[in-house]
Design a protein around this ligand. Structure first.
Ligand code: NDP
Length: 331
């Protein structure tokens, strides 16, 4: 059995040498309630970067020389648990291991006939729930309003934009390549897109794309992109602070525009969002997302990397924007 452990706490951008592959010859004997699992798809996510640092956050840091864990879709290959049978496919927070034993806690069965299995890590998983709940619970969208989404071509952003369109918003996305901008408009139905890497004036480009100003900002990236959005917010704007990938690798506290005057002047709301705090709404959100998917109202894209050995690389590539939609590793 192979396991990927955290070897060093990354300084700045993570590198493959921060991870180590360890071979184990552990006995795989199942006790009562146990399941033997073989992973099929592993999710790599920007938030894992936070868990690699030794600082207090909403989830504890990974321990050095211990396995890393993330969202995983796995096949049950043996079971001593009445709730799961051999052949079932489950989703849960599992270790980066080629085989592992679980007692079933926190695992949910997924239905391969309802959607492709990898979708349970994206649109029908944590990132889809984040998009739906962040936008509806904090963004409180009203038809006719203007929504700006940063990190728009990623797993969360691409779903936020589509839901925005379904709810009758004008939707503008920011992403890092022209190909991604084309995809936002042609595949996901965004009204406009801005390539933040080639724009000479992001603030002015937002003003152009949002002639009536910005009512909702769904922020996945933080930093200068979000500063540029601030200058364009409307009275009673809502800013959903979902992520800040542009500063996850920063080694010093980043400095930027002071937000307070913008909040005062515009009676605007800025609120942090952590999807796990909305767990009681997951069933309802999941049902809506699954319905929209089956009705063809929502779609998704994913970047699939093959092989257990490529999990660390796929994770690091998120910080270089190598993914379109959800980044997934297929084993
Ligand atoms: P994505 O699929 O969006 O992948 C990350 C993307 O971020 C890359 O593709 C890249 O696209 C963009 N990016 C990387 N570096 C920068 C940078 N310096 N400036 C701007 N953009 C950058 O990941 P997710 O959809 O899974 O997550 C998106 C955000 O949402 C993250 O910040 C994540 O932490 C957060 N999140 C928060 C949750 C919560 O509960 N609060 C739950 C899930 C996710 P590009 O080519 O456009 O640069």
């Amino acid at each position: 059995i192979q396991t990927i452990v955290l070897k060093n706490r990354p300084k700045g951008k993570p590198s493959v040498s921060d991870f180590e592959f360890v071979n184990e010859t552990a006995e795989m004997t199942l006790k009562d309630q146990d399941l033997l699992l073989e992973p099929l798809y592993v999710s790599v996510d920007p938030y894992l970067r936070g868990r690699m640092s030794d600082s207090k956050s909403y989830i504890p840091p990974f321990e050095l020389n211990k396995p890393i864990s993330s969202g995983v879709i796995a096949k049950v290959i043996a079971s001593k648990n009445a709730n799961f049978q051999e052949g079932d496919v489950v989703s849960g927070l599992l270790d980066w291991k080629t085989k592992q034993i679980s007692n079933g806690d926190g695992l949910i069965k997924v239905d391969p006939d309802k959607a492709p299995l990898s979708a349970y890590l994206g649109l029908l998983g944590m990132t889809g729930l984040t998009a739906y709940l962040g936008l509806t619970e904090i963004g409180k969208p009203k038809a006719g309003e203007t929504l700006v989404v940063s990190g728009a071509a990623g797993a969360v952003g691409s779903v936020v934009g589509q839901i925005g369109k379904l709810l009758g918003l004008r939707v503008i996305g920011l992403a890092g390549t022209d190909e991604k901008i084309d995809m936002l408009i042609s595949k996901f139905g965004f009204d406009a897109g801005i390539n933040y890497k080639t724009s000479s004036d992001i603030q002015a480009d937002i003003a152009k794309a949002a002639p009536k100003g910005v009512d909702i900002y769904f922020d996945n990236v933080g930093g200068p992109i979000s500063d540029a959005v601030l200058f364009n917010i409307n009275t009673f704007a809502r800013m959903v602070i979902c992520g800040a990938i542009s500063v996850y690798n920063a080694t010093e506290v980043p400095k930027g525009v002071s937000v307070q005057p913008f909040l005062v002047k515009n009676s605007a709301l800025m609120q942090g969002f952590i999807v796990s705090n909305y767990a009681q709404k997951f069933p309802e959100a999941m049902q809506t997302l699954a319905m929209w998917l089956s009705e063809g109202k929502l779609t998704y894209t994913e970047t699939v990397v093959n092989g257990f050995e490529n999990i660390p690389r796929a994770f690091i590539d998120l910080f270089d924007g190598k993914n379109k939609g959800k980044m997934i590793v297929k084993l």
